[in-house]
Design a protein. Structure first.
Length: 176
């Protein structure tokens, strides 16, 4: 790895962790809107520095906002998988953002219900807490990654930004 890639990894690690910790009110609990996840789609543009950065940033943030070992391990793993999917599908960016959101919903939703009493009633039918949590986390992650993250990715993928990033010595993946 070049020095610029290491620096970019540190930037994404720090940015992800700070966003989760500072905006924690909206990013923890049964209904999450973890805005830091909008950084995950940038793996399509910057590659491994973002994958490692959002993974390490999640580990740091989940360790600080400690819910349990499950959240530290599996939340971090979910980010690693999501960012890797985005990177692998980078030539189909919207699809990458959408598919990338699914492992976070499935993985985090599968255990987060253990920490919160959260259940909904649909037409008199009680939906199990694990299913409710999985649906909730998946929907909020889809919003953050497929709307906010995708818009951020499209903006930073514009030629003027790409040229600026390249002038800084960063490797940038584009559809050229």
């Amino acid at each position: 790895m070049k020095t610029s890639e290491i620096a970019l990894t540190i930037v994404f690690t720090s940015l992800y962790a700070v966003l989760v910790i500072v905006l924690g009110v909206a990013g923890q609990g049964p209904v999450q809107l973890r805005l830091a996840d909008c950084l995950i789609p940038l793996a399509a543009l910057f590659g491994w520095p973002v994958i490692v950065g959002v993974t390490a940033g999640c580990f740091v943030a989940n360790s600080v906002a400690f819910l349990g070992v499950e959240d530290v391990i599996f939340g971090t793993l979910a980010n690693l998988i999501a960012a890797t999917i985005v990177y692998l599908l980078r030539n189909r960016q919207f699809l990458a953002c959408t598919i990338g959101a699914l492992p976070i919903g499935a993985i985090v939703g599968s255990y987060l219900w253990l920490f919160f009493e959260f259940q909904i009633d649909i037409f008199g039918l009680q939906v199990p807490a694990a299913a409710t949590m999985t649906i909730s986390i998946t929907m909020s992650t889809l919003i953050v990654m497929s709307i906010i993250g995708y818009a951020l990715l499209k903006t930073l993928s514009r030629p003027n930004f790409v040229q600026m990033f390249k002038s800084w010595g960063l490797k940038v993946y584009t559809k050229e």
